[in-house]
Design a protein around this ligand. Structure first.
Ligand SMILES: [Zn+2]
Length: 257
C-alpha cells in the first residue's frame, strides 16, 4: 500500500504536470461522478495530506483521490495518448491539459467536493508527517489517548498521525529499537519523541527519493539477519481484524513485548 512518501511524490508529479493550465480533457470513471466534468477548469495545485491527494481547481472544487491498496498515477504527454491507452479499464480518472495527461489507475476513492469542505474528507487525520504544519507534540498527545494500544498499531492509525504505513512504521520502530507490540503507555516521553522524530525524518527523506534507492533495514527482510545484532528478523500481525497488518521487527534488539 502506498504510504505518505509515495503519495507526496505523486502530488508533486501531478502538480508539476497540471498546475496553471486549463483541463482540455476530463473523464471521471467513478459511479457517483459519472455526470460530472472538470473540463475548462484550471488546476491551482495538487497537494497531499497523509495518504490523500487533493487536486484543487480554480472553480473552487477539489478532486479528492486515495490510492488505497493498488492505485497509482501516471503522467504522459497528451499527444502520446492513444485510444488504446484510454480504453484501459483500470483507469478511474483522466485529466488532460494540452501538454500532459494524468492517468489515475485503480484509485480506491474519488470524490469531488467544494474546496472549503475538504475537511469532511481529511479532517479526521492527525498531524501530517510531511505537512508544513507537522506537530509532533499534538501527535504524541493523540497517541497517548490510548495508552494500552501497541505502538505499532497506534502509529498506523491515520487519526493519530498521517502518512505512515507498514514500511515506515517497521523502519521507524526498528531504528528506535522499540518493539511494535509495546504499549504506548510503556514508552517514556523521550522514547515517544524519538519515535516521532525518526518517523518524520525517514518519511521526509523517502518523499524526495527514487523509491528504488530507499533501502529498508527491517521491512521485507524477515528471515534475514538483523543488520544490528545478527538475529533473524521476523514479521508479525498487529492491530485487530479486519485492519490487521504485518510489521517486521527484530526480537533481539527491539526489546519489550
Ligand atoms: Zn537486531
Amino acid at each position: 500500500m502506498p504510504e505518505g512518501d509515495a503519495v507526496r511524490r505523486a502530488a508533486t508529479r501531478l502538480d508539476r504536470a497540471l498546475r496553471g493550465e486549463p483541463l482540455v480533457g476530463c473523464e471521471l470513471r467513478w459511479p457517483s461522478l459519472a455526470d460530472r466534468s472538470l473540463h475548462g477548469m484550471t488546476t491551482r495545485e495538487v497537494v497531499s495530506r497523509g495518504k490523500h491527494l487533493l487536486h484543487r481547481l480554480d472553480s473552487g472544487m477539489t478532486l479528492h483521490t486515495h490510492l488505497r491498496m493498488e492505485g497509482s498515477w501516471r503522467v504522459r504527454p497528451t499527444r502520446a495518448m492513444t485510444p488504446n491507452t484510454v480504453r484501459n479499464n483500470a483507469i478511474r480518472v483522466l485529466l488532460a491539459t494540452s501538454e500532459w495527461t494524468a492517468i489515475g489507475y485503480r484509485l480506491g476513492m474519488v470524490d469531488l467536493v467544494d474546496t472549503r469542505d475538504e475537511h469532511r474528507l481529511v479532517g479526521h487525520l492527525g498531524p501530517d508527517l510531511l505537512g508544513a504544519d507537522w506537530d509532533p507534540v499534538a501527535a504524541a498527545a493523540l497517541l497517548r489517548r490510548q495508552p494500552h494500544r501497541p505502538i505499532g498499531a497506534a502509529l498506523l492509525d491515520q487519526r493519530n498521525l498521517a502518512g505512515l504505513g507498514t514500511i515506515w512504521t517497521t523502519e521507524t520502530l526498528f531504528h528506535e529499537r522499540v518493539n511494535p507490540w509495546a504499549a504506548v503507555g510503556d514508552l517514556s516521553a523521550a522514547q515517544l519523541d524519538a519515535v516521532l522524530t525518526s518517523a518524520h525524518r525517514l518519511l521526509t527523506a523517502a518523499a524526495v527519493q527514487d523509491p528504488s534507492r530507499t533501502p529498508h533495514a527491517a521491512y521485507g527482510h524477515a528471515g534475514e539477519p538483523c543488520p544490528r545484532c545478527g538475529r533473524l528478523l521476523r514479521a508479525g500481525p498487529i492491530g485487530e481484524p479486519p485492519t490487521q497488518r504485518t510489521l517486521g521487527f527484530c526480537a533481539g534488539c527491539q526489546a519489550g513485548r
